[in-house]
Design a protein around this ligand. Structure first.
Ligand code: KG4
Ligand code: ZN
Length: 355
């Protein structure tokens, strides 16, 4: 039997990525070309700029991925591409590129849901079995998924407004810290007192696994303004305490909602993906929840937690093995919920509609 080797293409947000992955979970190459510099002046991703940059870079990134893997197109079994959800122009650029390669080579084409790419990553990195619970926490995503198969996802809950990474970024902005704010807020928080400034734990009083982070950010704004009004300014210690209080609130909410997700759906693994999973205290809180529920805690390496082509290649392999094939009618979908049966989530996040 010949080996399964897939090229994966990702262009749904602000990273142009391509990777070559084998059916036995080896990542032969993974190239990510970030666009952060192009969007830096605008305070968020500009869809038109992103789409143009993807169109310009896709061929180069694909070429580099093949070169680094030491393979030609003739060695591939198939091509997987993110077909949504995400910023429509970027997704279209990726889908067109993948269709072009498929048409030119005759290779099978498999359209992949970007969120499925994230959600299936622990199977690529650690070879875990279904079912498991996945918490996606990034600048654009925030949801709990029970994963039962390559195409079988149940959304247990999600944010009704901002994603946690977005809240970290906005809090950083309020406190004049650089963007992306998460790592800076974490560093400040390390030297702060989480108990001095009381902040809410939104939606903990309501049953279920839905979350809200927008009010928390507003509470930080109010606390900051009160401190400024009372003291005539904000001291370095105030900033550290505000960061510590905010981070503790996010960690508490994610931990309690994770506890509920595991109670609703007892599984052997709690996995996490997305940039916010890089946060030490949040990771520690989730690890603790998993241990108490008798589950293993799994956080893939950060370069595979954030947007990349390897997760798309892997999700493509899983779908391909199920017999899934797309053709030239494959279209880009800006919205594509993983759990087709779940009610749509409110809000869409600063990086565009994600689910
Ligand atoms: O997954 P990601 O790289 O991109 C997408 O959102 O798709 O996540 C980026 C987000 C940003 O909002 C960033 O501030 C946040 O993850 N982040 C963190 C940390 N590192 C990155 N948030 C909290 N603590 C961190 N250490
Ligand atoms: Zn993503």
């Amino acid at each position: 039997m010949t080996e399964t080797i897939f090229l994966g293409i990702e262009s749904s947000c602000d990273d142009t990525a391509a990777a070559v992955v084998t059916g036995d979970r080896r990542i032969l190459s993974s190239v990510v070309s970030a666009q952060a510099d192009l969007h830096a002046d605008f305070g968020g991703v500009v869809p038109e700029i992103a789409a143009r940059a993807h169109a310009e870079r896709l061929d180069l990134v694909v070429e580099q991925a093949l070169r680094e893997a030491g393979l030609g197109l003739d060695a591939l079994t198939g091509i997987a591409v993110t077909a949504g959800p995400g910023l429509i122009g970027g997704v279209m650029a990726g889908v067109m590129c993948a269709k072009g390669i498929a048409a030119g080579t005759g290779l099978p084409l498999v359209g992949v849901n970007h969120l499925a790419g994230h959600a299936l990553t622990p199977r690529l990195t650690d070879g875990i079995d279904y079912p498991y619970v996945m918490l996606l926490v990034s600048g654009g995503h925030c949801q709990f998924l029970r994963v039962d198969g390559p195409d079988a996802f149940t959304r247990l809950g999600g944010t009704i407004d901002d994603a946690p990474g977005e809240a970290f970024d906005k809090v950083a902005k309020l406190l004049a810290l650089p963007q992306p704010g998460g790592p800076h807020v974490e560093t400040e928080a390390a030297g702060g007192n989480p108990d001095r400034i009381p902040l809410p734990r939104p939606l903990l009083d309501r049953p279920g696994c839905d979350m809200s982070f927008s009010g928390l950010k507003t509470a930080v704004l109010r606390a900051r303004d009160t401190l400024i009004a009372d003291q005539g300014g904000l001291r370095a210690a105030d900033r550290r305490d505000l960061c510590a209080a905010f981070q503790a609130a996010v960690a508490d909410v994610l931990a309690e909602k994770s506890r509920r997700a595991l109670a609703l759906s007892p599984v052997l693994v709690l996995a996490v993906a997305g940039g916010v999973a890089a946060n030490g205290p949040i990771r520690a809180a989730l690890q603790d929840v998993a241990a108490r529920a008798g589950a293993r805690f799994l956080a893939p390496p950060l370069r595979l937690c954030t947007d990349n082509g390897a997760m798309i290649a892997w999700a493509g392999i899983e779908r391909f093995r199920m017999g899934h094939r797309d053709d030239m009618t494959l279209s880009a979908r800006p919205r594509w919920p993983l759990d087709q049966g779940a009610a749509p989530m409110l809000g869409s996040g600063k990086r565009g509609a994600k689910a």
